[in-house]
Structure formats: structure tokens, C-alpha cells
Ligand binder design. Structure first.
Ligand code: C5P
Length: 491
């Protein structure tokens, strides 16, 4: 059988062929194969039109029903092997309802739960299963799959898939595509509660989030195992479709041109060159707010105490150790439109920190660590006569009388809003990934639902947007809309 060499084709034909192949999502070699097949089928009728101009989309669509119109959003859905895989059939429907073109990869384990046949019947296209698929690997299939998409959705994302992704494994089609793609990736984790809570899974999750991967769910509810419930159920198809829709929508940048300064994490107050006073703050909430503000277009300076999490993307980060350094860095970052103080600043420092390591000598008396008060950064900035940010937001992490303490803090510190949360050990908030906060302001107390720290961050940013850029008032005495759905009470 004769072999094909694109190089030997006339330059002008090659150019048109390239255009046509790109439009149809095929390699040039495959485009030629299609043309030859059509030519053979049409023998005696019209010869294939190699010179078809780009605007004859209808003709192209007739020849290649898989061709995707230029402005259609494309999702590559990777279905992992979990009981929630059956929901991916509904998810495909939900995505298609939104006019999204869906291609699907089933992992080997996913095929234990659903078949390529059922998925193909809903997507209306080929379902990909193998890294080395002779029918589709002619032009590095996994690379093309990775490139020809606007978003990759992994649903369900099993513990195993997450572990592979976090470690950059590429031993099957799904993981090879995930490694090769430049598109945004959204995962919908689904697994047993214990597997979700396992340190290794949480470590992998943190790694994936730090790598810029978006997540939706998991939700709380019944597990596949009898009599078990908890966190680990895959988000519902509608939720996943909505999250995918948000990621595909052109990025709104309502805070473009606004400057935001934040503090986050703990402070370390030196006792001597090797010892310090610290606290358990992880910085997760403050860093998430910095990321959400940057995603909304703000120019963000994050003054971070010592944390073990990654710097958020698109944010200017100043790393500091002590409260005094933190205050100096915040003052240097002014002027700003908004200042948010999420750091757990040590209230006291050692008055005379040793310049040498304090030695324990036989018979020597125990050192006296006299403490002195640290500057209150929030209060200092909120009371500034010059350059006070328009909106100053503090946090109140309390273990009792949360709202009452937050209200008195609002007045005492002179800030505009306080985000109050209960950090009693039983809540798991300190260092955890979820948070339940109330927004306390002069207008009252707004209780927000329990949610991930990223969602708290997005909700806060939405509130900041509507405060700085109020929507038009609906007639006399019209009310501002309150994004996020928090409940307002006036106690
Ligand atoms: O007084 P308390 O530490 O509970 O207040 C918490 C709020 O004040 C947080 O927003 C925290 O970042 C801020 N704060 C500060 N400087 C301090 C102590 C607290 O900015 N020295």
C-alpha cells in the first residue's frame, strides 16, 4: 500500500489542508485519509474539495460530525473508577444542555462501572480508553486530546487518580492527558469518608490546589457502604456543571484597578536566635482570600507570616516573621482600597529577646521571659488619619461568645467589618480546609453557611465588590443585593 508524505504536497494545497485539518480537529495525515475515503465513497460524483474555504462550516460539519464550531466551549471529561461514575452520564447531559462539546475518557477502573457504549451514546462521539489506541494514536492522540479542550473535568476524581495527579504520573491515557494539558483542570473528588480524611489524600489535595487545580465538592452524605455517611460524596452533576461553567466563562475582573493588602498566617516572636513564640494558624484562609481577590483582578499584596503552604498565584507576597515586621510591611504596601487582616498575630513578644541562644546551665535559674505587647496592626491601620483604606476588615477567631466578642472588637479596633469564626478545637477550623463564619458590621450579623475556605474567600470578595462598586439602587430606598446568600440578622 502506498504511503503518504505531506512534505511532497504542493505548498498552497498543504496550507489549505492544514487549515482544514485544524478546523476539523484532525492531523494533516488523518485529514488526507478522510478525504481519500470520501473520494473513494463519492467515486463518480464530486471529487473531494481540498480547497474548501474556511467559512463553509456546514459542508465541513456534514463531512465530519465531530467538528466543533469555533465558539463552542470544549470539555474533556475524565471519568475515574468509583461508584459515582454513573453520575457522569447525567453530568454529560448537563454540560451539553449548556451548549458545551464533551469528549470523554474512561479509565480502566471506570469501565467497571459504566461502559464506553453508554457514554458514547450520550456524547455522540468516540470514547477514549487507551493510551495506545491504534485508531487514535496516529498523531500522539493524548497530546491532541490534552490540547483540543478548554477545560478538563475529572469526575469522579478517586483517591488514586488524585494521588497520581499530585505526583505527575502518566501511566494511562487519563493521567497522560492531565500531565500534557495546558487547559484549566477541575476535579470532583469522590471517595469513602476515611479515604477523603486520610492524611495522604489531604496532602495530595493541597498539592493539587497549589498546582492551580480547581475543586468542586466533595459533599457530605450517605456513602456507598451501608450505614456510613460523611464527607466524600461526589458533588451533584448540576454543581459540577455550574463550576465548569464558571471556569469556562470569560474571567470577570471587577476589582481591576483596586489595591488590596492582606495579612495571613501566624507570626514568630523570637525568644533567642533559635526559639520563638508561635501559634497554630495555617494561613489557608488568608491565602485563599488573596487568591480570590487576585482572581477578581485586584492588585494584591499579601504580607505572610511563616507558613508551609504555597504563595497564591498572581499575588505579590512579602514574607515576614514577627508582628513588628508585619506592620512595617503593611504600612509600606499602603495606600490601598481594602485591607484585610487574617493573620493570627501574636499579642505579645519577649521584651528582650536574646541575641545568643539562652543556655541551660547546671544550677542556673530558669530564664524570666518578660512579655511586652505587640503593635495591633488592624487597629493601627484602621485608626490612620492619612491613607486609611476605604474598607478595613478584621477577623475574630474566638472559642466562646463569638458574635459578642466580634462586635466589641469591631468598635474597639475601628474596622468596618469583622469575619467572626469559632476556632474551638472541635470545629477543626484551625488548620482545616473548611470554615463557618459570620460577617459582623454596623448593619448587623450575617451568618454564612459552612463551606470551604476558598468559598469563604470568594464570598468575601463578592461582598467587597458590591461594597466598592454598588449595583444601581432599585428605586427609592432600594436595597443593595447581597451576593452569596448569607442570612442577615440584626442582633
Ligand atoms: O484581638 P484579636 O487578636 O482577637 O483580633 C483579631 C484581629 O486583629 C485579626 O484580624 C488580626 O489579624 C488582627 N490583629 C492584628 N494585630 C495584632 C493582633 C490582632 O492585626 N497584634
Amino acid at each position: 500500500m502506498a504511503s503518504l508524505t505531506v512534505r511532497q504536497i504542493d505548498e498552497s494545497v498543504k496550507k489549505r489542508l492544514r487549515l482544514r485539518a485544524a478546523r476539523n480537529g484532525r492531523s494533516m495525515e488523518d485529514e488526507i485519509r478522510v478525504l481519500l475515503r470520501e473520494a473513494a465513497e463519492d467515486a463518480g460524483r464530486d471529487a473531494p474539495d481540498l480547497t474548501e474555504p474556511p467559512n463553509r462550516a456546514a459542508n465541513a460539519a456534514r463531512r465530519n460530525p465531530a467538528a466543533v464550531p469555533a465558539n463552542t466551549k470544549r470539555i474533556l471529561l475524565i471519568v475515574g473508577g468509583g461508584i459515582a461514575a454513573y453520575k457522569s452520564l447525567d453530568l454529560i447531559r448537563r454540560l451539553k444542555e449548556r451548549g458545551i462539546h464533551v469528549r470523554c475518557i474512561l479509565t480502566k477502573a471506570a469501565q467497571q462501572f459504566i461502559t464506553p457504549l453508554s457514554v458514547g451514546a450520550i456524547t455522540g462521539g468516540h470514547v477514549f480508553t487507551d493510551l495506545f489506541d491504534p485508531a487514535h494514536e496516529f498523531d500522539v492522540g493524548h497530546i491532541r486530546l490534552a490540547r483540543e479542550t478548554d477545560l478538563v473535568v475529572v469526575a469522579p476524581a478517586t483517591a488514586d487518580l488524585m494521588a497520581k495527579m499530585a505526583n505527575g504520573r502518566a501511566d494511562d491515557l487519563a493521567t497522560a492527558v492531565l500531565l500534557a494539558t495546558r487547559a484549566k483542570v477541575l476535579i470532583a473528588p469522590a471517595m469513602n469518608t476515611q479515604m477523603w480524611a486520610a492524611k495522604a489524600t489531604q496532602r495530595n489535595l493541597a498539592r493539587l490546589i497549589a498546582d492551580g487545580i480547581a475543586t468542586v465538592g466533595p459533599n457530605e452524605g450517605e456513602m456507598a457502604e451501608a450505614n456510613e455517611r460523611g464527607l466524600g460524596r461526589m458533588a451533584e452533576p448540576l454543581e459540577i456543571a455550574a463550576a465548569a461553567g464558571r471556569l469556562l466563562a470569560p474571567q470577570e475582573r471587577p476589582l481591576a484597578g483596586k489595591r488590596v493588602v492582606l495579612t495571613s498566617g501566624p507570626t514568630h516572636e523570637p525568644i533567642d536566635p533559635v526559639r520563638y513564640i508561635a501559634n497554630r494558624s495555617s494561613g489557608k484562609q488568608g491565602h485563599a482570600i488573596a487568591a480570590a481577590a487576585a482572581a477578581a483582578g485586584a492588585d494584591v499584596t499579601l504580607v505572610s507570616g511563616p507558613v508551609t503552604i504555597a504563595d497564591p498565584p498572581g499575588v505579590r507576597v512579602v514574607h515576614v516573621e514577627s508582628a513588628r515586621d508585619m506592620l512595617a510591611a503593611v504600612e509600606k504596601a499602603l495606600p490601598a482600597d481594602v485591607a484585610i487582616f487574617a493573620a493570627a498575630v501574636a499579642d505579645w513578644r519577649v521584651a528582650h529577646a536574646g541575641t545568643q541562644k539562652i543556655k541551660k546551665a547546671p544550677g542556673a535559674k530558669t530564664p524570666d521571659l518578660t512579655l511586652t505587647e505587640n503593635p495591633d496592626i488592624l487597629s493601627t491601620i484602621a485608626h490612620r488619619a492619612k491613607d486609611r483604606p476605604h474598607l478595613v476588615i478584621g477577623f475574630a477567631a474566638e472559642t466562646q461568645n463569638v458574635i459578642a466578642n466580634a462586635k466589641s472588637k469591631l468598635a474597639r479596633k475601628g474596622c468596618d467589618w469583622i469575619l467572626a469564626n469559632d476556632v474551638s478545637p472541635a470545629t477543626g477550623i484551625m488548620g482545616g480546609d473548611r470554615n463557618t463564619v459570620s460577617l459582623v458590621s454596623q448593619d448587623g450579623v450575617e451568618d454564612w453557611p459552612p463551606q470551604s475556605k476558598e468559598d469563604v474567600a470568594r464570598m468575601l470578595v463578592a461582598r467587597i465588590v458590591s461594597y466598592l462598586i454598588p449595583p444601581p439602587l432599585a428605586g427609592e430606598g432600594g436595597e443593595r443585593s447581597e451576593p452569596g446568600g448569607g442570612r442577615l440578622r440584626s442582633d
